[in-house]
Design a protein around this ligand. Structure first.
Ligand SMILES: C[S@@+](CC[C@H](N)C(=O)[O-])C[C@H]1O[C@@H](n2cnc3c(N)ncnc32)[C@H](O)[C@@H]1O
Length: 191
């Protein structure tokens, strides 16, 4: 079976940015709710969100399993005149440092076992911003993962972060980034 690393390196191996250079719409729209400081971008891919956060003044650690993705992230950062720290890691193994981050961003990477580590990695008062697909997305035929385990059930993202203060939550079908997507988006604060 092809490993995640090979699959994503193949996807990010082209010159064009497979996921675009523009930040996620939910992140861009809610940037003012997020505390400045040290940020971790989980599964940062080609860096569209990490670079945006650096442009907003965050000190950004961007982690991912794809070397090709992280190379493009550094290239994008150079082009935009900002710095990001990239680390090639497997999030199945990666121990997020405790109480290190003011912000942890997770866009379109659902690994339920990682959630307790995300919570521990936040400083008190730190925030998590998270967005990914709902099960309903599969019926839309507008791309996304194949396996059912990568999709959220109704209210699941809310439940996963229920011990944090939920500042913003939505679920539904939204047309953002040029495509219809069934997604859940959340911003929550560690208390
Ligand atoms: C759908 S992409 C999202 C990328 C980025 N968050 C964004 O929104 O542009 C999923 C990312 O997860 C990364 N990934 C997959 N499995 C991983 C693992 N075990 N550890 C670290 N990153 C992984 C892939 O390389 C890819 O960059």
């Amino acid at each position: 079976m092809e490993t995640d690393q090979k699959r994503w390196d193949k996807r990010f191996g082209q010159k064009e940015f497979a996921l675009g250079k523009e930040p996620n719409t939910f992140l861009r729209k809610h940037i003012r709710l997020l505390p400045k400081g040290k940020a971790l971008d989980i599964a940062a891919g080609e860096g569209r969100n990490a670079v945006f956060l650096a442009q907003q003044g965050f000190e950004v650690d961007a982690v991912d399993i794809s070397e090709k993705g992280l190379k493009k992230a550094q290239k994008l950062a150079r082009k935009k005149g900002v710095k990001i720290n990239t680390s090639l890691i497997d999030l199945d193994q990666y121990p997020i440092e405790k109480e290190q981050y003011d912000l942890i961003a997770d866009f379109y990477f659902l690994k339920r076992r990682l959630i307790p580590r995300i919570k521990k990695g936040l400083k008190k008062g730190g925030k998590v911003i998270f967005e990914t697909y709902l099960l309903e997305h599969r019926a839309l035929g507008t791309g996304g993962p194949k396996q059912a385990k990568y999709f959220l059930k109704p209210n699941e993202l809310l439940r996963l972060f229920k011990d944090l203060r939920i500042l913003f939550y939505r679920e539904g079908i939204f047309r953002e980034g040029g495509k219809r997507r069934a997604i859940a988006s959340l911003i929550a604060e560690k208390i």
